[in-house]
Design a protein around this ligand. Structure first.
Ligand code: ATP
Ligand code: MG
Length: 561
């Protein structure tokens, strides 16, 4: 769209773009190289989308490269199926790593060699303190730590013991390899951090080849350097780890020294972006899996029907800074509506139907109306809409005892049926319990939309579907997963704030016939109701299940205030 191009041109550059442009101008780098380094221990969420868009987006913008690298140093928590899900999510967002799919575990041999190099330089030692003792000796923010009694072992002894660790001669927790930096450093990350620990666990890529595993801080910087990364972009919580990132790279013989740059995480209100907590929702059955359409995971958002372009637009509008901020969820919703508004074809569906019998319409007859798929985009074409003696309208589009400015159907009133005729109220039909089961109306044959000769006008227009030709469907109204904007910063556990109305199913909805051609992945607008798409798991031709992507307007603000 032209408007987003204009935005791109006018938008001021952010601080990472300034750094990259300076590095390219000075010749420090001929080409930039970034990476997106997820840990395959869960599904990606909307927060990760920011890291993906920044890393892949900058590479794209400056003609560079971006790798996808799984940070798989934690054998217990990682699983191969997470990797497949992550790959699918990155592709869905519109990015491609070409041939450059890597794993930290690809470098286990090299990482081991670099650890030996550190030992040989007197910069690492095997420490046999237990985890408790090590913690106790680490000190605090105000107190320096104490040196480990194993700190001054000889190089030869360290080499022998490290090899023994590798050969499985130490039980878990009985020995670690630590960097020898400074137990009095004001930065706790530099107080002789652990580089390797013993884990007798099957690794999903290396099997049982290793029983020692490198720690994240040690692995990450070396992996970056081995891949020739120029700018290692990460979130602010790694700022305090940067001295360690640089220390490792300064000590071992890696081919280059990438620059770590931190930016603020994406945080949205009403949304949780912690893999651990999202995992808890899944494990406790509080949602139906990682791709539940209520979830802020990319797979959940995809299933719900949120377009990837809207997510990219959101990231673009939020921008890249070092300032922590929580973004209003309304901004995501605006991005979704702005993308879908001009593009989603319009159809009609009735979520809570009540039958209307048009008593002056000949029995057994039917006519085909032409309805535009998008009234502002005539080039999108039209669809056929059968009209006959019986139709359904929304139960709440009729009121027996309406307030003053009610312009929908009411006793003594008239209303226009979208793309069809004006109908006049006749009477209601009730069952034994007094509940209204049918509304009888007459139609005004001269008022057909577009071609009727009548000048007659009414104030209200409502949507409808034909009774016979419409398809029964289940429609799920998806809403915010939490009732409060900050569920994970309250006294009660975040699960106490799950919105019980976050997914309400309308079991008796009816869809106009043309909707039977719509498949999962295709967003549509149900007129007056919102944007919807078929559910990728449960939808079947003949038994449709649709999810609501978004309402047409922000109804939440009104509901809650
Ligand atoms: P979590 O805290 O949810 O467990 P993580 O940071 O441990 O997430 P990783 O798989 O390690 O998850 O993340 C991969 C990359 O995505 C990292 O570079 C991380 O900084 C980035 N990232 C994670 N969450 C966000 C967020 N909310 N906003 C921006 N980037 C994020
Ligand atoms: Mg992480």
């Amino acid at each position: 769209m032209s408007s987003s191009n204009e935005n791109a041109v006018e938008k001021p550059k952010h601080f990472i773009q300034h750094i990259i442009e300076a590095d390219l101008a000075s010749g420090k780098h001929a080409r930039i190289h970034t990476r997106f380094p997820p840990e395959p221990n869960g599904y990606l969420h909307i927060g990760h989308a920011k890291a993906i868009c920044i890393n892949f987006g900058l590479a794209e913008q400056y003609g560079g490269l971006c790798n996808l690298r799984f940070d798989d140093t934690n054998p217990e928590k990682e699983e191969a199926h997470y990797e497949q899900a992550i790959e699918a999510d990155v592709r869905w967002l519109g990015f491609d790593w070409g041939e450059r799919l890597y794993h930290a575990s690809d470098y286990f041999d090299q990482l081991y060699q670099f650890a030996i190099e550190l030992i040989e330089k007197g910069l690492a030692y095997v420490c046999e303190l237990g985890p408790e003792e090590m913690r106790a000796q680490r000190g605090t923010l105000t107190e320096p730590g104490q040196n480990s009694p194993y700190r001054d072992r000889s190089v030869a002894e360290n080499l022998r013991l490290f090899e023994a660790m590798k050969n499985g001669e130490f039980e878990e927790g009985k020995a670690v390899l630590r960097a020898k930096i400074d137990m009095a450093s004001p930065n706790l990350n530099l107080r002789d951090p652990v580089i390797y620990r013993v884990r007798f666990a099957e690794h999903h890529a290396t099997g049982d080849r290793w029983c020692i595993y490198p720690m994240y801080d040690y692995t990450h910087c070396i992996s970056d350097a081995l891949e020739g990364i120029t700018h290692s972009l990460c979130t602010l919580e790694f700022e305090d780890h940067r001295p360690l990132y640089d220390w490792f790279l300064d000590q071992v013989s890696v081919p280059c020294h990438p620059q770590q740059i931190e930016f603020a995480r994406l945080e949205l209100d009403y949304i949780i972006t912690s893999k651990r907590k999202l995992n808890q929702l899944v494990q406790e059955g509080l949602v139906n899996g990682w791709d539940d359409p209520r979830m802020p995971t990319l797979s959940g958002m995809r299933r719900r029907g949120i377009p990837p372009e809207a997510i990219r637009d959101l990231i673009d509008r939020v921008g890249v800074t070092k300032k922590k901020a929580t973004i209003e969820l309304g901004l995501l919703e605006t991005c979704v509506r702005d993308w879908l508004g001009p593009r989603a074809p319009r159809y009609m569906a009735v979520l809570d139907p009540i039958k209307v019998v048009i008593t002056n319409y000949p029995e057994g007859e039917e006519e085909q109306l032409d309805a535009p798929l998008h009234s502002q985009n005539p080039e999108m074409g039209t669809r056929k809409l059968p009209f006959g003696r019986e139709i359904y309208i929304e139960r709440d589009d009729f009121m027996e005892d309406p307030p003053k400015k009610y312009f929908r159907l009411k006793p003594g009133g008239a209303v226009r049926l979208r793309y069809a005729y004006i109908i006049d109220f006749e009477q209601v039909v009730r069952d034994e319990s007094g509940r209204i089961v049918e509304i009888h109306c007459t139609y005004d044959p001269d008022t057909r939309s577009g071609i009727g000769t009548s000048e007659r006008k009414v104030k209200g227009t409502i949507h409808w579907v034909p009774a016979r030709a419409s398809q029964p469907a289940r429609v799920r109204l998806i809403d915010r997963l939490f009732t409060v904007p900050d569920p994970d910063r309250r006294d009660e556990p975040f699960t106490a704030f799950i919105n019980p109305e976050a997914m309400r199913e309308m079991p008796e909805a009816r869809l106009e016939p043309a909707l039977s051609a719509i498949e999962p992945g295709q967003p549509v607008q149900f007129e007056r109701l919102g944007y919807f798409t078929p559910d990728s798991h449960d939808h079947q031709p003949g038994a449709p299940v649709f999810n609501r992507i978004m309402t047409l307007r922000d109804t939440w603000a009104k509901k809650k205030s």
